[in-house]
Each structure stands twice: as structure tokens, then as C-alpha cells.
Design a binder for this molecule. Structure first.
Ligand SMILES: Cc1cc2nc3c(=O)[nH]c(=O)nc-3n(C[C@H](O)[C@H](O)[C@H](O)COP(=O)(O)OP(=O)(O)OC[C@H]3O[C@@H](n4cnc5c(N)ncnc54)[C@H](O)[C@@H]3O)c2cc1C
Length: 291
């Protein structure tokens, strides 16, 4: 089922995983995916690496989740290092395996590159990939958006205009980058609605797993750390277990407030650490009926 059709019926819970480095890690990731199945996610997704064999594992995990575990899935696909022909090959394999949803991204540059460079014969922006998919395939298409702006964005307004371009080119829903201050999300949604973005905007939530990890992630993606969270991170700088417990509590309040405000869904960045997300969902009793 296409995610836009699911979103028209219900409020969604979704989980994002990442592929292992080696093929031998696939069963462990499948185990994590299976362990969260009892929370009845409306869909799950698996990220697409910057290059190399993990991309093959992304496809394998995406397809297995659908065929073996009967879960709805959203395949991640990026423009990094791909010609249009190669992107078509991936899309055709996904289509052949009855995958119905794709989140179409530009992608981050590989670690050895300072900035994103389009492959020769490839796409420069996610909006180009989205237009290509919507013109040639029947996937339900999602796209990324950034409540606090993408780190390379020339301005918040331009970044938002490009989010609108993704929707105009065929994206039927948006999923946000992680954020820790819900007001950033609410202001973003208001600004998006003001410029005519009408599709569902699903907030992405990453529970804190350790102080070090969250500082690294927020630095990379340009998200800010609110003062109350910063105080907790300082307190648990060298105590990952307490940081994780605090992260569960923080995310429980964050998700509850988002849910109470009527968001279309919650997309959890699981990072293959299913226990934090299951703790959060155990704390919450979310009614998924459309409000
Ligand atoms: C929900 C979600 C899932 C993700 N999954 C993955 C994944 O699986 N693999 C991965 O590698 N990364 C993933 N990312 C990270 C993402 O690839 C990076 O944030 C990347 O740097 C930008 O991708 P994008 O699709 O937003 O690109 P774009 O929309 O192309 O935007 C990139 C930058 O270019 C600017 N821009 C956009 N369009 C134009 C234009 N037409 N002209 C000029 N400037 C423009 C934007 O303002 C922005 O600064 C994900 C991010 C999110 C939020």
C-alpha cells in the first residue's frame, strides 16, 4: 500500500533502520526489525549508504521485510554516485519485488568527499530524482525536509522552497530531519503550509542513546540541542546507560506532545537499537485513529 494512502486513513508509526557493513550482519538487523513488529508499524524503512555493498544489503533488507515479514516498506534511494541508468536499475528491481514506496534523496557525500558532487549522467538534487520517479514509475514518493534548515542551505526560505519543489515534482509526504525542540517542527509546518505545501509532514524522532552520539549527530545535520537537553547531556557525559534512560524519557515527552498536537505520524530513527524505541512506545498509548 502506498504511504500516502495509509496516511489518509490513519496516523502512522514507522521505524528506520540501517544496513550492516557485512552480509553476516543481515540476520541481526532482521532480528531488530522483527523485534519491533509487535508495535504494528505502518511501515519501516532502511537507509541507503554512500556507496559500496551496503546498498545491496539495503535492497535485501527492504525486500525481505516486505516478503518475509509482511511489513509495508519505504526504500531509501539517493543520487550519490549513481547515473540515471543505475538508479533505474535499482527502481526496476524494487518494482519487480512489489515495493510500493520510495523516499527519494540526494544523499550525503561519501566520507572522502567534502561536498556533494553529482555523478556524470546523474542527478544533482532530490527534486530531480523525484520528478524522474514520478514520471516513470508508480511508487508512492516521500522526501526529506529540515525544520531547522539543511546545513548547506543558503537560507531557510530557499530550503523550504526546495521542499516545495520536491512536492510539486511528485513527493506525496515529507519526513523531517531529527530535532529536539518541537517548536522548531511546529514553526516549520506553519511556514510550509503558508507557501502551499499541503502534504503530510511526518516528524522524525531520534531518542538520545549517549551524549557523545547526539552531539555528533546534531553537529552533522545542523540540529540544535535545547538548553534542558544540553543540561542532561552534560550530566550524563560519561554514563551512557543513564543517558539512554534520559533519552527514553525525553523522547516519550517529545512524542506525546507531537501526537497531542495532531501530527500525521512519527518516524523513529531506530539506529538498529530497538530497545529505546520499544521503551518509548511502552510508555505511550498512542491512538492511531485520525484526529
Ligand atoms: C528522513 C530522511 C532520510 C534520509 N535517508 C538517507 C539515506 O538513506 N541515505 C543518505 O545518504 N542520506 C539520507 N538522509 C540524509 C540526506 O541525504 C541529506 O540530508 C542530504 O544532505 C540532503 O538530501 P535531500 O534529499 O534533502 O537533498 P536536496 O533536496 O537535494 O537538498 C540538498 C541541499 O540542496 C539545496 N537544494 C535542493 N534543491 C535545490 C535546487 N533545485 N537548487 C539549488 N539548491 C537546492 C537544499 O536547500 C539543501 O541545502 C536522510 C535524511 C532524512 C531527513
Amino acid at each position: 500500500m502506498k504511504i500516502q494512502d495509509i496516511l489518509s486513513e490513519t496516523r502512522t508509526i514507522s521505524f528506520e533502520f540501517f544496513p550492516p557493513r557485512e552480509a553476516s550482519g543481515i540476520p541481526a538487523v532482521l532480528g531488530k526489525i522483527e523485534s519491533l513488529k509487535s508495535y504494528s508499524p505502518n511501515f519501516i524503512s532502511v537507509t541507503y549508504g554512500a556507496g559500496g555493498s551496503t546498498r545491496q544489503f539495503t535492497e535485501e533488507l527492504t525486500i525481505k521485510s516486505k516478503t518475509d515479514y509482511d511489513m509495508e516498506v519505504m526504500a531509501h534511494l539517493t543520487c550519490v554516485g549513481h547515473t540515471v541508468k543505475e538508479l533505474d536499475e535499482v527502481l526496476e528491481r524494487l518494482e519487480f519485488s512489489s515495493i510500493e514506496n520510495v523516499i527519494a534523496l540526494r544523499g550525503d557525500p561519501p566520507h572522502d568527499q567534502a561536498k556533494f558532487l553529482a555523478a556524470e549522467g546523474g542527478f544533482k538534487h532530490a527534486s530531480d530524482l523525484i520528478r524522474h520517479i514520478s514520471e516513470h514509475y508508480s511508487f508512492g514518493i516521500g522526501a526529506a525536509c529540515y525544520p531547522e534548515g539543511h546545513p548547506e542551505a543558503v537560507s531557510l526560505d530557499y530550503d523550504l522552497r526546495y521542499a516545495k519543489l520536491k512536492v510539486d515534482n511528485g513527493a506525496k509526504f515529507l519526513v523531517t530531519q531529527l530535532f529536539y525542540d518541537n517548536d522548531d517542527f511546529f514553526h516549520f509546518v506553519d511556514r510550509a503550509r503558508d507557501i502551499g505545501i499541503e502534504v503530510p509532514i511526518i516528524p522524525g524522532v531520534l531518542p538520545v542513546l549517549s551524549s557523545k552520539q547526539i552531539r555528533r549527530f546534531t553537529r552533522l545535520c545542523g540540529a540544535s540541542i535545547p538548553a534542558d537537553l544540553e543540561a542532561h547531556l552534560v550530566k550524563y557525559e560519561n554514563d551512557d546507560e543513564s543517558a539512554r534512560a534520559m533519552g527514553v524519557e525525553y523522547a516519550t515527552y517529545q512524542v506525546q506532545a507531537l501526537w497531542d498536537a495532531g501530527v500525521s505520524g512519527i518516524h523513529f530513527y531506530v539506529l538498529n537499537r530497538s530497545y529505546s524505541v520499544s521503551n518509548i512506545l511502552d510508555n505511550l498509548q498512542l491512538d492511531r485513529h485520525t484526529s
